[in-house]
Ligand binder design. Structure first.
Ligand SMILES: NC(=O)c1ccc[n+]([C@@H]2O[C@H](COP(=O)([O-])OP(=O)(O)OC[C@H]3O[C@@H](n4cnc5c(N)ncnc54)[C@H](O)[C@@H]3O)[C@@H](O)[C@H]2O)c1
Length: 441
């Protein structure tokens, strides 16, 4: 496959619906890294290594030196929001980054003015946007988004463009008839079908133009048959849902460890407080439901109670999110985990994670933008399951169980990169050369 990866060609445009806390922390961070005043910590593409070949070969290049990713210097940013604040103003209001750092990249951030959003209050009742597109039908809105993308591409001289949804979480909906086929979806766009959400309109516009689309929120968006089909038809990579940060990140690190040692789990109570705008939107039950579904699936898929009734058959899993303004973006989470060991003796684990939500999410946006662009240049289309590593609720082909275990997700991601570059896949077996080494000693 190596020879078939197209080279990067000019700038990489990253377009983001939702220029809030996560998006502005991401953009300001990349600009600061470009200036050499900060490090892209948490970004696998920038700071991670990958082992190649046998352990005896001692080859551990940086991922960015191994695969042909776009350089940060080639990245340009734009986006849409229901508020007209430029990225400097929005970042200042989000209060994630210190004023000193923001002022060091002020000119770059001020230059990014959001385009008018596709917005529907029926999907996010806790927001009142005034910077919003108006058109008679959803089909017209999709056309307007396509124009935005093309204008941005031309104005910034971009060789390629990717979209990462960082907009607020939309209310919970399930897949319905209008989402089933490209034809029914396009009909629904013309008829203003209420089951087509704003995020789906952005996604449709992107996919029509062959622009990769990653979804950082738990709403369905590209996880509907019509848009999966369209992504294949137009040769476009898609991925989602919901950036894996904070409590769920911890859960997918700890749970595989418990399962690996055949320790039992009786209960897992997860509670969060956060005070940013995301928390405010999630304070509404319809929007919380979307997030809850995304967070709940994780444990069941890792522990697989149906295959191990004795250890996990009785697990009680509860997730709460509470809006608490004084904490701002500094989310605090508590996990109480009731486990049991040898002969059924009970034990407890308590995790109190004082995290920074957008600080954990920003490097994910960066990696997704770079990997989605790489996938497109490598001719990969449809669901990019190898990027499950970044998502709380990974999108998979229908009927396929998502993989939540972060270590398996990492192996899959790294093996995909090795495969793309024509390197041997690593199984960690090592028997083929272990015996030779023992004989030498
Ligand atoms: N921060 C994290 O750790 C994390 C983790 C997983 C998922 N997420 C998700 O990422 C998204 C962004 O989080 P955030 O903390 O930046 O939230 P935020 O509220 O700060 O930003 C979201 C922005 O989206 C805008 N928006 C809403 N609907 C829009 C639309 N239709 N078009 C364009 N803009 C729209 C809002 O005005 C707001 O500025 C949320 O859905 C959140 O649930 C965040």
């Amino acid at each position: 496959m190596q020879n078939t990866i197209e080279k990067t060609n000019g700038k990489l445009g990253v377009l983001i619906p939702g220029l809030g806390a996560v998006a502005t922390t991401f953009i300001a961070g990349v600009e600061a890294v470009k200036k050499g005043i900060a490090q892209p910590v948490g970004s696998l593409t920038q700071m991670g290594n990958i082992r190649l070949g046998k352990r005896t070969e001692n080859r551990y290049p940086k991922i960015k030196e191994f695969v042909p990713l776009a350089n940060l210097d080639e990245m340009v940013f734009g986006g849409w929001d229901v508020y007209s604040d430029n990225v400097f103003e929005a970042a200042s209001k989000a209060k994630v980054l210190e004023p000193m750092l923001l002022h060091a990249v002020k000119a770059e951030l001020e230059a990014i003015q959001p385009m008018k959003a596709v917005f529907d209050k029926a999907y996010i009742s806790n927001l009142d946007g005034e910077h919003v597109k108006e058109a008679p039908t959803k089909a017209d809105l999709a056309r307007m988004v396509m124009d935005d993308i093309e204008n941005f591409r031309d104005a910034n001289d971009c060789g390629s463009v990717v979209i990462v949804w960082c907009g607020s979480t939309e209310k919970y909906i399930e897949v319905s008839t209008v989402h089933e086929t490209i034809e029914s979806f396009e009909e629904g766009l013309k008829n203003n079908d209420p089951a087509i959400s704003p995020s789906m309109i952005y996604a449709y516009a992107a996919l029509k133009l062959g622009v990769p689309f990653a979804n950082g929120a738990p709403n369905l968006t590209v996880d509907i048959p019509a848009l999966v089909e369209l992504s294949k038809q137009t040769g476009t990579p898609i991925g989602g849902k919901d950036f894996k940060t904070g409590q769920t990140l911890m859960k997918t690190i700890v749970a595989p460890g418990l399962a690996a040692r055949a320790l039992g789990v009786k209960g897992w109570f997860s509670s969060n407080i956060l005070g940013n705008r995301d928390g405010y939107v999630l304070d509404h039950p319809d929007n919380f439901k979307t997030k809850e579904v995304s967070k709940l699936s994780v444990l069941e898929d890792i522990l697989q109670p149906e295959h191990n009734e004795e250890l996990y058959g009785e697990i009680y899993h509860k997730v709460r999110i509470n809006y608490y303004p004084p904490h701002g973006d500094n989310k605090e989470s508590w996990d109480n985990i009731d486990i049991f060991g040898w002969l059924g003796y009970p034990m407890q684990i308590k995790i109190n994670f004082l995290c920074r939500d957008s600080i954990l999410a920003a490097p994910i946006v960066l990696d997704l933008a770079l990997f989605m662009d790489l996938a497109k240049r490598a001719g990969m289309s449809g669901i990019q399951e190898w990027l499950s590593f970044y998502f709380k609720s990974p999108q998979t082909a229908p009927g396929l169980r998502p993989e939540h275990d972060i270590f398996k997700q990492l192996i899959k991601l790294q093996n995909t990169l090795r495969h793309m570059m024509g390197e041997d896949l690593i199984t960690h077996l090592g028997l083929d050369y272990y015996q030779d080494l023992v004989e030498v000693l």
